[in-house]
Design a protein around this ligand. Sequence first.
Ligand code: IMP
Length: 453
Amino acid sequence: MPGISVTGVLYGDEGKGKVSDAIGEKADIFVKFQGGSNSGNTVVVDGKEVILHVMPAGVVRNKRCLVASGVVLHPERITEEIELFDGKVNFGIDPRTHIILPYHIALDVARERELKKNTGEPIGTTAQGIGPCYEDSKNRLGLRFGDLVGDPALLEKKLRYNCQLKSKILNQIYDWSIKVPQGGKFGAELVEISEDDMVAQYLELGRKLKPYLTDVSKEIREALKEGKNVIFQGSQGLMLDITFGNYPKVTSSHPMPAGVFTSIGLPPMKFEAIGVVKAYMTKVGSGPVATCLDGGKWPVDESLSEEVAKRIRKEGNEYGATTGRPRRVGWPDMVILKYSCDVCGYTQLAITKLDTLGGIGPIKIAVAYECDGKEFTDYPAWDAGFLLRCKPKYVEIPGFEVEEVRNAKTFEELPEGAKQYITMIGDITGVPVTFISTGPDRNQTILRGLNAF
Ligand code: IMP
């Protein structure tokens, strides 16, 4: 099938980059279809690890890389990423893509601050202006890539109007102003940006990015008709979906295969949908996760010891690629995994970081929840308080050693516990696990009937 989506099954950070890269050799085009600089893909360029936030992973294979209209684009971040490759990128951006402006970032920060002050419960956003930018797309105040690279006089007029409007909101409601973290880094010192500086900066960014204007929707439709191989690359994961995730602790887009249609502008069609799931649970930002250990705020899963969680965090390098925040760590959870498979219709699952579960002794896997005196094997995702009230029920599988997993070249060579775990995932979800990542390298991967290009 010429189209394959690669999306996150739970809370993001599953290693979608490795899976996209593994199937990427035969791909012609990589297209990012939602999210923005809230996500991060670690890739190696000239022996150096770099984190790409917006550019699709195919850039390291010199593939055609596109950003579709469903993304919210930070023009400065993408300019930096293009420069990382000395401008030698085969790259295009859809004119309908909304652009992130400094006031979106300021609003994101100000609202999180206000939520924390008044409710003690911020969302824990990445402070990249994602929510406010998606909001502007819906209230029809947004500026799109077509505006950024279009008539400069018109751009200036729109920028000034929006800037003044948002300044009023920031000042009067949040007692705040347009300030952004220095260098765009999460948690960095906030620096004020004036209307004139913002206009000058965005006019310049528009001039720089103009060559990349591409009707991505048309290009992808035509490519698929010609039988070209296209990877639809998602950001985040289903549990962060604005509607079907654990609302309100979610992002503002649809990180699900169905999002491909409206985010790129494609007619209904069949494609392979690879759901990427990490062998254990992680979560960055706030919100309850039934099987996770936590620093204090959310219900703690006492069946997981601090020592094991610390080991997994260290071995799996579980720190946010965008924010550097430590990720909460937990046992695998079949209930929400099945929910994600049911909503998203993955045709295959890819499991990542199986080796990181090694060396911790027997592994607990949540197969049901107990809540309000009842047992649940289906996750009632609409009930925002469910994960706060429920207790996971576990089965235990034999533990294994890291090297036993890393050395396995086939499914049969995997240790007994790992085989049981993967078989259980297939049985419970009804979706075959066709890709098993057994270590960080490209070749530390077991394929089991992977249906790719
Ligand atoms: P936002 O997308 O910055 O608005 O953040 C909303 C929620 O989604 C927060 O809990 C973030 O931590 C989470 N989030 C956003 N992007 C990612 C990601 O790429 N990986 C994991 N969590 C993410």
